[in-house]
Design a protein around this ligand. Structure first.
Ligand code: UDX
Length: 474
């Protein structure tokens, strides 16, 4: 957009301090800046510290947007707030304490920053925060709620009161009847609800966060969702009757290549050399995302299945994927048994890996970013959800869109057996179900591409949102 010299509306954009939320928020910041907003992107000190180390920089130097800002002449400022804990605090080990601080401490620090940065025209904040509508009201600016998961998941949380009224909220395994009453949402099994809507113990800090965050979401002025209208038409149409709800996904870095914004919380291993040596569509990519933990027994069964399948693989194994005290949880003998046909790395540039021609399948925990990235790369999936929205996302991938195979996963232990893992890997990489899933991915990919192309639904929804917000704030 040409710079008219007019003052730009200034938006404060605050991602949830977890990897799967920071990545799309950073790309949203770039999109909004390119659409003529002045953006202040707010990271926590801890995220900043970790990102700097991952990118081999001193935490005192620079900010992650310097590359994007220079190449696009974008108006993006970068600010830090404390989440109330020292940067050295291990947030993965002491997760509840971390969440308590997000719940109770972050808002006052964000408010102090917002007041220091006035004038502000709007607050763009992750839907999972428990304070944005309240803060936006006190600053007399609109609250734009940014939702990084499918519209279906948003709608289920948004209509939690209906689930409660009908006895499906926190029902554990006690209810088997379909949920048919959520506006716009096609009938859904209770086991396809997010883990937090299923669990009968609702005393956890995450439950408190969700309850409060969706009270705030009910007061949001606009909702941006990283999905595509053609994928979830009835859910989105129903949400639009409630709120100005814009499906603007998929939100990716420009060109779907390594981002110019430094968002990675861990150093990325370079896998390209190894991938270049493998035949097309021969490698299974395995990752459980940035956040979830896997039971050690399940990991052993999955490893056994990978070994038995004889498939080539690239496995991202975060050092804390089982627990921080068990940094090499693979079963004894696995590395020897699979030597020469697989590599295990702690973290990688996932979009680079997924878009490499050697990748033929993705064994995924069904994080929403991973699903969108896999579809964009034309890669079919084996689904092994672990928590939160991942169960609902699996329903979309396997049941609704025919893009993958279900590996089960759930409450019993172990949730999977090695023979089953091996058989499903074989089916995905070489079988008829795999071929069908590849076709499903290709169909959905067409919808994603059309949505973000000029005149497509996501492109138009984004333009409409920009017009609506500018009309409101200018
Ligand atoms: C959680 C939720 O499940 C997800 O639906 C929500 O949108 C974000 O939080 P998470 O574990 O973060 O999930 O997974 P995912 O949504 O897949 O996001 C992980 C991100 O990290 C992806 O963008 C992926 O490209 C990136 N990643 C992952 C890497 O860059 N390298 C890796 O090695 C693994």
């Amino acid at each position: 957009m040409a710079d008219s010299g007019e003052p730009k509306p200034h938006l404060l954009l605050i991602p949830y301090p977890l990897q799967g939320h920071i990545i799309p928020a950073a790309h949203l910041a770039v999109k909004l800046a390119a659409a003529g907003f002045s953006i202040t992107f707010v990271n926590t000190e801890s995220v900043h510290h970790q990102t700097s180390l991952a990118h081999h920089q001193l935490p005192s130097s620079g900010d992650p947007f310097s590359g994007a800002r220079d190449s696009g002449r974008l108006d993006i400022r970068y600010e830090l707030v404390s989440d109330g804990l020292p940067v050295s605090f291990d947030r993965s080990v002491h997760h509840d304490e971390f969440m308590q601080h997000i719940l109770h401490r972050l808002s006052s620090n964000v408010e102090a920053l917002a007041r220091r940065l006035l004038p502000i025209s709007g607050l763009v904040a992750d839907t999972f925060f428990v304070w944005p509508a309240t803060l936006a009201r006190s600053l007399a600016v609109p609250y734009v709620s940014f939702w990084t998961e499918p519209a279906l998941v948003f709608s289920l949380y948004y209509h939690m009161d209906l689930l409660r009224l009908n006895g499906h909220f926190a029902a554990g395994d006690n209810r088997k009847d379909m949920i048919t009453y959520v506006p716009g949402v096609p009938a859904i099994e209770p086991s396809d609800l997010t883990s937090y809507l299923q669990e009968s113990d609702t005393s956890s800090v995450v439950h408190q966060i969700i309850l409060k965050a969706f009270e705030e979401a009910h007061r949001a002025d606009y909702i941006l969702c990283n999905t595509v209208q053609e994928l979830e038409p009835s859910t989105i149409a129903a949400m639009r009757k409630e709120k100005p709800f814009y499906a603007i996904g998929p939100i990716f870095p420009a060109g779907f290549t390594r981002s110019t914004v430094e968002t990675s919380l861990w150093a990325e291993s370079d896998c390209s050399h190894w991938l270049n040596s493998r035949p097309a569509a021969s490698v299974l990519y395995i990752s459980f995302g940035s956040y979830a933990h896997v039971e050690k027994g399940d990991l052993a069964e999955i490893a056994g299945g990978v070994a038995e399948s004889k498939v080539s693989f690239l496995w991202v194994l975060r050092p804390d994927v089982v627990s921080s005290n068990d940094t090499d949880p693979l079963p004894e003998g696995f590395r020897e048994e699979t030597a020469g046909r697989g590599i295990v790395v702690p973290w990688c540039c996932q979009i680079e890996v997924l878009s490499h021609a050697a990748i033929g399948g993705f064994l995924t925990h069904c994080g929403w970013n991973s699903i969108l990235e896999s579809v964009w790369s034309g890669v079919p999936m084996i689904c092994f959800p672990l928590l939160t929205d991942q169960f609902t996302n699996r329903k979309l991938v396997v049941g609704d869109w025919g893009m993958g195979i279900d590996l089960g996963g759930g409450k019993s232990q172990p949730a999977v057996r090695r023979e089953e893992v091996a058989a499903k890997i074989d089916e995905l990489m070489r079988g008829e179900d795999g071929r069908r899933a590849r076709e499903g991915v290709s169909r959905v990919r067409g919808k994603l591409e059309a949505a973000v192309a000029g005149g497509g639904s996501s492109a138009r929804n984004f333009e409409r949102f920009v017009e609506d917000l500018k009309f409101c704030v200018l």
